[in-house]
Design a protein around this ligand. Structure first.
Ligand SMILES: [Zn+2]
Ligand SMILES: [Zn+2]
Length: 164
């Protein structure tokens, strides 16, 4: 797989680790993501770093649309991702066959901050986790005085929750 990842940036998934110590080895095909959540986080990082091959490869072949590569590339190139928050996980551990990850991904669309709130399904086959599909859920927000999900360090009230 050909990837050109920036050498040392904080991992886009928001783990607080360097990319090379977090999602980087998965994106570069050095080892598979060990859990459904790790795969979810690495797919988010793949969108941020425009690692299209990885997004195609980790979408289960039976669930992939014929033109998914083109769509993935279009999404990755048109959207600026602001932050990922994992809301809940069910199963999805190394010994499980299936897993569910609910997350909110904030992104900038023109001047507006939007969010993708999805409950995604994953399946493990031969030691490799795959994304299957997901249900879109209504927008969700942190409480006013909780940290904003864009990881700015400000509270939600002072940041993306500001009344305009
Ligand atoms: Zn990461
Ligand atoms: Zn914010």
């Amino acid at each position: 797989m050909s990837t050109n990842l920036p050498p040392s940036i904080p991992c886009p998934c928001g783990s607080g680790q360097w990319l090379s110590d977090c999602c980087g080895p998965y994106l570069q095909g050095q080892r598979p993501a060990p859990t459904a959540e790790a795969l979810m986080r690495s797919r988010y990082s793949a969108y941020c770093t425009k690692t299209i091959d990885y997004l195609v490869k980790t979408h289960h072949p039976q669930y992939r649309e014929p033109h998914s590569r083109h769509q993935i590339a279009a999404t990755a190139n048109s959207v600026t991702w602001l932050g990922l928050t994992i809301i809940a996980t069910e199963q999805g551990q190394a010994g499980d066959q299936t897993g569910i990850v609910e997350f909110v991904a904030l992104f900038q669309d023109g001047k507006r901050a939007m969010q993708l709130h999805e409950r995604s399904r994953f399946r493990q086959e031969m030691g490799q986790w795959f994304y299957l599909d997901g249900d879109l859920l209504p927008p969700l927000h942190p409480k006013k005085n909780e940290p904003c999900w864009c990881k700015s360090g400000k509270t939600f009230k002072q940041c993306h929750g500001k009344k305009r």
